[in-house]
Write a protein that binds this ligand. Structure first.
Ligand code: 0GY
Length: 305
């Protein structure tokens, strides 16, 4: 089947630079996706965008190029609840990838068991309205109760303004919770203002809540340009995101994860060079101890123990 990507959609960056920052041995890219290829794994009819293809082989080549050892492949909304492309990537990873699935309440126990055997360790609940249709909360709670006995967790994706309304649902979930991209803070607001304070409170009061401190390219308003106007992360690119990510890394060093978000769905202004994104890490995790927790110890504990 042939798919035309959504107009305005940028392709992922071919030929990423070699990072200057040397990742600690055994580092995990804990948030990335595979897209299709559409001819082999068709995109879901209910999808809100059609991506460019991004295969498992291309993901594994990027992993090796950047110096990561492992991946956590997160089911993207363009594949709906058809997890075949993600599971296929896990099966061909020689144990070096884990997965996060999207399931409906109709999923059978044997399907969950098969996904577990392939390396799936969680489900994703997406509340970003431009990406998915509404799913009733009781349906999601039922799914959470089904996956909890497997030792899986729930990954949640939402916008900061929606946290108050989602609070009661999130805090009732029976599993570990992993928040994508720090709950998408509005980085034009203060890092100690009420909106981000609520997110910090969420993590402080609920020790089962973890956060990915990923996606500066998605959250930034100052953008990829460094202070001297050149693209590059050594001199101020995505600088408006740094205080937010650093605060979370330093306050909750045992409950943070990092990922490239390759192949970067829905980016229309610029496509980041993944090598330069890796060079962003020491700006938000500023010591070797914090870097090892973020990139190795925490993801290994959550996904491989
Ligand atoms: C991300 C972010 C986005 C998309 C998805 O599953 C998806 O389609 O997660 C986004 O558009 O912000 O983490 O990949």
């Amino acid at each position: 089947m042939n798919f035309e990507k959504t107009p305005g959609w940028l392709d992922w960056y071919a030929g990423p630079s070699t990072p200057h920052f040397r990742l600690p041995p055994g580092s995990v890219d804990a948030h990335c996706h595979v897209f299709g290829p559409g001819a082999e794994f068709p995109y879901a009819p209910e999808r809100k965008y059609t991506p460019c293809d991004a295969s498992k082989a291309q993901l594994f080549a990027l992993r090796d190029h950047l110096g990561f050892a492992r991946n956590v492949v997160v089911q993207a909304t363009c594949h709906g609840a058809d997890n075949r492309a993600m599971v296929d990537a896990l099966i061909h990873s020689q144990g070096m990838a884990r997965g996060i699935a999207t399931v409906k309440r109709t999923v059978t126990d044997s399907e969950l068991q098969q996904m577990h055997a392939a390396g799936v360790r969680g489900v994703r609940f997406n509340f970003v309205k431009r990406l998915v249709d509404f799913t009733p909360r009781d349906e999601l709670m039922e799914i959470a109760a089904r996956i909890a006995p497997l030792g899986w967790h729930v990954v949640i994706y939402f916008e900061a303004v929606d946290l108050p309304e989602l609070w009661d649902f999130f805090t009732a979930l029976p599993t570990t919770i992993v928040v994508d991209h720090m709950g998408r803070p509005d980085v034009t607001k203060r890092v100690d203002g009420p909106e981000f304070e609520l997110f910090v409170r969420f993590m402080r009061e609920y020790p089962n809540v973890w956060s990915k401190v990923s996606c500066p390219e998605r959250l930034s308003v100052s953008g990829p340009k460094a202070l001297d106007g050149e693209p590059g992360l050594h001199n101020g690119a995505y600088r408006d995101v740094i205080p937010f990510a650093r605060r979370i890394v330093e306050t909750f060093p045992e409950r943070v994860l990092w990922g490239t978000d390759w192949p970067h769905p829905n980016l229309k202004d610029h496509m980041p060079d993944d090598g330069l994104l890796v060079d962003f890490i020491p700006h938000i995790a500023t010591t070797p101890e914090l870097q090892k927790k973020l990139l190795v110890d925490n993801p290994m504990r959550l996904y491989w123990s």
